[in-house]
Structure formats: structure tokens, C-alpha cells
Design a protein around this ligand. Structure first.
Ligand code: CA
Length: 227
């Protein structure tokens, strides 16, 4: 796994490079935006750790340029400014996660590992599968066995999330933030209703049942048949 670090502060850059190397990653360190941009555009990386405030080309412009060039490598933003606007801007431009400085290395490492795991499925797969259920991300098409299933846009997003995280119990709060862009305080009944509809479409009349309710915790997509 190869990681690019773009960080102009010498101490932080060295610290990240050393820590990630010790954790078993191959790393390149760019100490300014121009070098960082050049590396990111020309070398293949599994992840980029990108400082926002750089003296020449800032992290936002680098990220924007990468995404415009169709490079979907996961990007973890490092920002010193803990303002909501900064985080929103980064995520809107296509950052996958952000970390506010100062941060603990253990926290960074945990985020890096999560992004790498997620990246592995996002980048290489355009079709998600579980049992005989298939979700074609490019054509936005869902089939179970030989049967075509019609989902609304929200139902599709919901099923996509469940399939990407199959075997994991997803709390309603997570589903709410990922699919509806809302907080847990909002009406979570919306989620239960949507789950019921998706379940009726993909599970009714099929074996095994795939969507499971984990009482008091949330929902899970899995082939195990205990509900
Ligand atoms: Ca900086």
C-alpha cells in the first residue's frame, strides 16, 4: 500500500512519514503543493494525505484538479482550521475524510486503514454482489436471480450502502447521515419505512433473506439466515 503525504510543515511531514513507514506503508512525502500535485497526478497511490494550508497550491486546488482528472484515489484532508465551512468544502470537493490538527497518530492510522479498506471496493468494483443479488453501479440496475428489481434513487443508495458494508450492523444514525444527509435526531421512521420497502423488493419471495434487523442496533445485509 502506497501513500502520498503532502505537508509543508517539516515536523508533521516527518512524523507522518516515519509513523506510516513503521506501520508498514510505503510513503512519499511532498513538502509543497506543486510537488504534491505532480506526484499525485503521475504516480499511483492507494491514499493521499493532503494538508489544506500549503504555501503555493493549496490542498483544495490539488483535490479539485485530481477529481477533474478522474482520479478517484481516497483523500484524507488535514486541516488546522476547525470550521464547519472548511470541512464541508473539502467533502464537497471530493475528500473522503478529514482530520483536524493537532491529531493523535493512532487516530490518523485508524482513518487511513478505514479509507484503504473502503477504497479497495470503491475503485475496483462497479458491480456489488451478495448471494444472487447484484447491484450494477454504472447502469444503476438491480437484479436478484434472473429478476430485474426497480428501486427509487433513495432505495438504490440505501441498498448500495448496505451492500458496501455487508456483514456490518449499520446504526440508523449512520444510514441517516449517509443516505439522507440528516442527523439522527431527525425522523428515523423514514429509514424504517425505506428499509421495509427495499426488503419487500429484494427479499420477498427469495431465499436466503438478506436484510436483517438487529434489534436495538440497526440493520445489516448478510447471507446468514438468523433474523
Ligand atoms: Ca500546512
Amino acid at each position: 500500500m502506497k501513500i502520498l503525504i503532502v505537508e509543508d510543515e517539516t515536523k508533521i511531514g516527518d512524523y507522518l512519514k516515519q509513523g506510516l513507514s513503521e506501520a508498514g506503508f510505503v510513503t512519499d512525502l511532498a513538502r509543497n503543493g506543486l510537488d504534491g500535485h505532480h506526484f499525485a497526478m503521475t504516480e499511483p497511490y492507494d491514499l493521499i494525505i493532503l494538508d489544506v494550508m500549503l504555501p503555493d497550491v493549496d490542498g483544495w486546488r490539488i483535490l479539485q484538479s485530481l477529481r477533474e482528472a478522474g482520479k478517484m484515489v481516497p483523500v484524507l484532508f488535514l486541516t488546522a482550521r476547525d470550521s464547519v465551512e472548511d470541512r464541508v468544502k473539502g467533502l464537497e470537493l471530493g475528500a473522503d475524510d478529514y482530520l483536524v490538527k493537532p491529531f493523535a497518530f493512532a487516530e490518523l492510522l485508524a482513518r487511513v486503514r478505514t479509507l484503504l479498506r473502503r477504497g479497495a471496493t470503491v475503485v475496483t468494483e462497479t458491480t456489488l454482489r451478495i448471494a444472487d443479488l447484484e447491484l450494477d453501479l454504472m447502469r444503476r440496475r438491480v437484479t436478484r436471480g434472473s429478476q430485474r428489481i426497480t428501486l427509487t434513487a433513495k432505495e438504490f443508495s440505501l441498498l448500495e450502502l448496505l451492500m458496501r458494508r455487508q456483514g456490518e450492523v449499520l446504526p440508523r444514525s449512520l444510514i441517516a447521515s449517509q443516505v439522507w444527509d440528516m442527523n439522527f435526531d431527525s425522523d428515523t421512521n423514514v429509514i424504517d419505512v425505506a428499509i421495509r420497502r427495499v426488503r419487500a423488493k429484494i427479499d420477498d419471495g427469495f431465499e436466503p433473506r438478506l436484510i436483517h434487523t438487529v434489534r436495538g442496533m440497526g440493520y445489516m445485509l448478510d447471507v446468514s439466515d438468523d433474523d
